[in-house]
Design a protein. Structure first.
Length: 261
């Protein structure tokens, strides 16, 4: 469990109009026996706040607190069972359900939709803006947005990189990212509350073949490496599929684009 954004309801203000339950595409909100809005399950709330604009008495707000992660697949199945397939297509963050097949398009915030990016054979693909191909193989990549149980993390080489490294290191895609799944964060500018716990959940839920942390040489960037170290301790494990302890590989990028260590 980690800190994340989630809806909070002021029962004193709620007048039972039910507009929020209609605005929530994920079916997270219902009216209880007292005709007050309540969260049906925390894992159904994506924290995007689509319900806020329709509340006439301002009884809803987004807060950041400890909560189980939003589960798009469970939410999809919930909406499918309770509201039907057309409503399920609007669930945020799912490109398809393993139980019900792919969905053509899902609503919500498309920028946070979990997806794998399929590449053609290396050397035969041209990048969209030039001759250098992208090695990015999944989306999203920002630590605030990724799900620790996303299927593409199940068995992977994981790269955790500070935001600036891809701009400073010209060969970032070919030298750092190729063949790896990516998580990015900025220890200085991000709201990092819950980051350690989220990384720990990622480690506990998946088998990693390798773990690499790429940071800049500036002092504040070492905070990202420390967070990963804390997450490893919190998770109680960092082992490969054979059960052998897995070291954290740290790479430091200089401001001039060279690798320091």
């Amino acid at each position: 469990m980690a800190k994340r954004k989630i809806i909070e309801i002021d029962r004193e203000k709620c007048n039972g109009c039910g507009l929020c339950t209609q605005a929530c595409a994920e079916g997270a909100l219902v009216l209880d026996k007292e005709n007050k809005a309540v969260l049906m399950k925390e894992i159904f709330c994506d924290g995007m706040g689509a319900c806020l604009d329709v509340c006439p008495v301002e009884a809803l707000k987004i807060v950041e607190r400890d909560s189980h992660d939003y589960d798009p697949l469970a939410t999809f199945d919930h909406v499918l069972k309770t509201q039907g397939s057309e409503a399920a297509k609007k669930v945020h963050g799912v490109s398809g359900s393993p139980l019900h097949g792919p969905a053509p398009h899902f609503g919500g915030c498309p920028g946070a939709m979990a997806r794998e990016i399929k590449s053609e054979v290396s050397g035969k693909k041209e990048g969209r803006s030039g001759s250098i191909p992208s090695e990015l193989s999944q989306w999203p990549i920002q630590l605030q947005l990724i799900s620790p149980v996303a299927p593409y993390f199940k068995e992977c080489d994981l790269l955790i990189a500070a935001d600036c490294t891809a701009f400073a290191l010209g060969s970032f895609h070919s030298e750092m990212l190729k063949g790896k799944k990516l998580v990015i964060a900025c220890p200085k500018l991000d709201e990092t509350g819950g980051y350690v716990e989220k990384i720990a959940e990622l480690l506990k839920n998946n088998t990693l073949y390798s773990l690499t942390v790429v940071i800049m040489e500036v002092p504040c960037c070492t905070g990202l490496f420390r967070m990963v170290q804390e997450a490893v301790e919190l998770s109680g494990r960092l082992r490969n599929q054979a059960g052998t302890p897995l070291p954290i590989k740290r790479i430091v990028v200089g401001l001039d684009g060279t690798i320091r260590d």
